[in-house]
Design a protein around this ligand. Structure first.
Ligand SMILES: C[S@@+](CC[C@H](N)C(=O)[O-])C[C@H]1O[C@@H](n2cnc3c(N)ncnc32)[C@H](O)[C@@H]1O
Length: 242
């Protein structure tokens, strides 16, 4: 089976040769301009299918507020702002994403969720959040982002640095399937194509292992099957406390 998988992956890689060349020539950056409009449509569908899961995940956000303070949430890779509707009224939100072309959709989401106060939109990657003060936020949120960052351990180090002691990191991420399944086979075979379609997204990551090794004091993590396409069906969901 491993041999068949390697052969099929090789064939898909050959078919993706034009895409590899486009990236090597630096032209793939153009896709980043269009990706926000694609993600905007996908996010509406995703939120419909994952509404209950998100509702349940974000239910206890307010528990991480400081007594008498305003809950500060920093979102890494916020995309179009699809999580804002799940945040508690009155909280302060710092949005970050390395792709500046999300701004138009972010503004729309901010307008639709005007019971939150938005501090700023920072164009930065999760691996380098240097302009955010250490121990300055109560909650960091990441949904469908750890599949795309270049360096998960470095991103998680940044998360821990920014969180105040007792603060929490909330996550909802798709991950690699069980190796005994066809989903695992197809995730590996289609990965070269999916990478370009998903703006650097990898469906074969064992993200939970990084969370287990990141040094949080408490980790609540569940593996779930999301009601989505088989490639992104296996998810992990939960939160980790600093
Ligand atoms: C699939 S989208 C998810 C967007 C949003 N979090 C959601 O749940 O709809 C992946 C997001 O990760 C962002 N991203 C990619 N590389 C990143 C990095 N190194 N650090 C932070 N965000 C990154 C992308 O720009 C994109 O907004």
């Amino acid at each position: 089976m491993a041999c068949l998988q390697a052969c099929c992956t090789w064939i898909v890689n050959i078919l993706c040769l034009p895409l590899h060349l486009i990236q090597a020539a630096g032209l793939y950056e153009i896709y980043k301009r269009f990706f926000p409009s694609i993600l905007y449509r996908c996010s509406i569908m995703y939120n419909k299918k994952m509404y209950d899961k998100k509702k349940e995940l974000f239910r206890n956000l307010s528990e991480f507020n400081k007594p008498g303070g305003q809950l500060t949430i920093l979102e890494i890779g916020c995309g179009t702002g699809t999580n804002f509707e799940f945040y508690p009224p009155g909280c302060k939100v710092i949005c970050t994403d390395p792709n500046p072309h999300f701004q138009k959709y972010l503004k729309k989401s901010m307008g639709e969720n005007d019971r939150l106060s938005y501090e700023r939109f920072m164009v930065s990657s999760g691996e380098d959040m240097g302009s955010v003060e250490s121990e300055s936020v109560d909650v960091v949120v990441c949904t469908l982002v750890l599949c795309s960052v270049n360096n998960i351990p470095q991103t998680l180090r940044e998360v821990r640095r920014m969180l105040r002691p007792g603060g929490a990191f909330f996550f909802l991420e798709h991950v690699v399937a069980d190796p005994s399944t066809w989903a695992y086979f197809f995730q590996h075979v289609l990965q070269p194509f999916w990478f370009y379609f998903g703006d650097g997204c990898e469906v074969i990551r064992e993200t939970w292992k990084h969370l287990e090794e990141a040094g949080f004091t408490e980790l609540k993590l569940r593996h779930i099957d999301a009601p989505l396409l088989f490639l992104i069906k296996p998810h992990i969901v939960g939160y980790a406390v600093k």
